[in-house]
Design a protein. Structure first.
Length: 239
């Protein structure tokens, strides 16, 4: 189930939290994408998500927190974004990051640093990076989960700083088509949430072969992985 708050409540809190913690680079003017009847049959119906601003979206700007792409708007959605929309997710907005993902503190952005919401009454502290805004949006409870990207810790670091769960799937499991890469041979789309069951549910929605991504694991390899899982499970039951 989605977190115990409505999308309307998140939108009402967003402006205040944004001014304090600098989480978003842009906010969706209309996150309600589906009618109630359509939502009933969707895997992630009613869930709210934020998208790191180096994953392209056709409805919102993709800036990578850089002057270079300050006015760029993609003509298409990244495959992971497309799959989330098909699953009934509401996209709240795009999140702040170290410019082009190059940083581990969430401080190197044309938008300014992301502030850690776990310390509202203390001296300002960093959120970790580069998926700083993604982790902060989850830590604040604005979204059920967030998409980030991880090259050498860019999901896992801010997850630790924000006391949330950060999952970097194995390379090739989630499509990178539409991700503005920092390092092609290492970049992986990752998922952040407060709940492990939400991470699992989102992963199952996004764990698909994508012919548009040359690094995506093909169906044959995915079949072998599932076969090996079943063999190991059978072996354990016999023992």
């Amino acid at each position: 189930m989605p977190l115990k708050r409505s999308l309307k409540q998140s939108l009402e809190r967003l402006a205040s939290l944004q001014s304090r913690y600098n989480i978003f680079t842009s906010v969706s003017p209309s996150p309600y994408t589906l009618s109630n009847k359509e939502e009933i049959s969707k895997e992630l119906a009613g869930y709210a998500v934020s998208i790191k601003d180096n994953i392209v979206t056709k409805d919102l700007p993709t800036t990578c927190a850089s002057h270079i792409l300050e006015n760029y708007k993609s003509p298409y959605d990244a495959t992971v974004v497309k799959l989330l929309k098909q699953a009934g997710v509401h996209i709240l907005g795009k999140t702040n990051l170290d410019e082009f993902g190059m940083g581990s503190g969430g401080i190197h952005s044309i938008r300014g640093p992301v502030i850690n919401p776990l310390y509202p009454h203390e001296e300002k502290r960093i959120m970790g990076g580069s998926s700083s805004g993604a982790a902060a949006s989850v830590a604040c409870g604005l979204v059920d989960f967030a998409l980030g990207t991880d090259t050498g810790g860019s999901v896992r670091l801010p997850a630790c700083y924000g006391s949330v769960l950060g999952f970097k799937p194995s390379y090739g499991r989630l499509s990178r088509f539409g991700v503005i890469a920092y390092s092609q041979s290492l970049d992986t789309v990752g998922i952040l949430s407060k709940k492990i069951d939400i991470l699992r549910k989102v992963f199952l929605v996004l764990d698909k072969y994508d012919a548009k991504d040359p690094t995506s694991l093909n169906e044959e390899l995915r079949g072998l992985i599932e076969k090996n899982k079943k063999i190991k499970k059978l072996g354990k039951s016999v023992l």
